[in-house]
Ligand binder design. Structure first.
Ligand code: AMP
Length: 279
């Protein structure tokens, strides 16, 4: 596996490996990242993974400097998966001193939920992805359903700039007990770790109610919150919404595909999970 630290090294590699299948990550890799890579390999394009903890998507007081990192382990995992190249730039390589940040006029669905909780978050993600897409010119990019609102942003960005990129989204990949894999799970204490599969159980419970015929959003949300609060460790609910899956607009009754979105604060991290309710 080629390890590329600078734009120059990346550009040189791209000359022989045009339009790769690209998997952007923030590192501290886990099984879900490997699933994205396995999917990327199926395209038969060269597979390029990036590891970059993007400071622009963290606001003041967030965990950018303490975000978990383990480059050695990440590299070993990528080598085992036979990834063709890893782009692992330093901060200044992506944001040189004279960097002028572009302001994106984002649709209003990015000012709510995580966009409201974390000011500048989606501006920061759009900024780094545009830089990476312009540099790499991938044919495919790979994302996970876990970051649902982020995926809508990727679709918006690709459409807005007419990038000839195919976006592939994989379902949420979970531990055996239902917890969605996340680098931030590393922050959980053993007691918290034991309790957090309750988050996924709450989503399964709501999906079952929906499948049995409950379509009223207020009822579903109330039941969801009540279920989460049964476990004190999952009772700090930052976001609990059931919204139109595409526009993220509020709905009263589920008549179109909808998304149940949860952001639960457990100790240090906020854990994200979601489930699609298909009509
Ligand atoms: P991150 O390194 O957290 O920025 O994640 C990199 C990519 O992996 C993003 O597209 C995430 O949506 C995806 N991802 C992270 N965790 C999961 C998961 N449990 N299931 C599916 N995709 C995931």
């Amino acid at each position: 596996m080629k390890i590329l630290e600078t734009k120059q090294q990346l550009e040189k590699w791209l000359k022989k490996n045009k339009s790769p299948a690209f998997v952007p990550t923030m590192g501290f890799l886990h099984e879900a990242h490997m699933q994205l890579i396995k999917k990327a390999k199926r395209t038969n394009k060269p597979v390029l993974v990036s590891i970059f903890v993007n400071p622009k998507q963290f606001s003041a007081g967030e965990d950018c400097s303490t975000y978990p990192r383990d480059e050695k382990k990440d590299i070993a995992m990528l080598e085992k998966e036979k990834v063709d190249a890893l782009f692992i730039p330093k901060k200044d390589e992506i944001y040189p001193k004279d960097f002028q940040q572009e302001i994106f006029h984002l649709p209003k669905k990015f000012n709510i939920l995580e966009g409201e909780l974390r000011k500048g978050y989606f501006q920061g993600i759009a900024t780094v992805l545009k830089i990476l897409f312009d540099l790499i010119k991938p044919s495919y990019v790979f994302f996970g359903q876990k970051d649902y609102q982020q995926n809508l942003l990727v679709s918006w960005l690709v459409k807005k700039y007419s990038y000839p990129i195919k976006i592939i989204t994989i379902p949420i990949f979970r531990e055996k007990d239902g917890l969605a894999f996340s680098s931030r799970n590393a922050y959980l204490s053993p007691e918290e770790r034991k309790a957090v599969p309750h988050i996924h159980q709450s989503l399964v419970y709501i999906k079952n109610l929906f499948d049995e015929g409950e379509k009223n959003v207020k009822n579903l949300k109330e039941k969801l919150k009540k279920f989460l609060k049964k476990e004190p460790i999952t009772s700090h609910i930052d976001i609990c919404e059931i919204l139109d899956a595409e526009s993220l607009e509020k709905i009263e009754t589920i008549t179109e595909n909808s998304i149940v979105l949860l952001y639960i604060k457990v100790g240090i991290p906020r854990l994200l999970d979601n489930i699609i309710l298909e009509v």
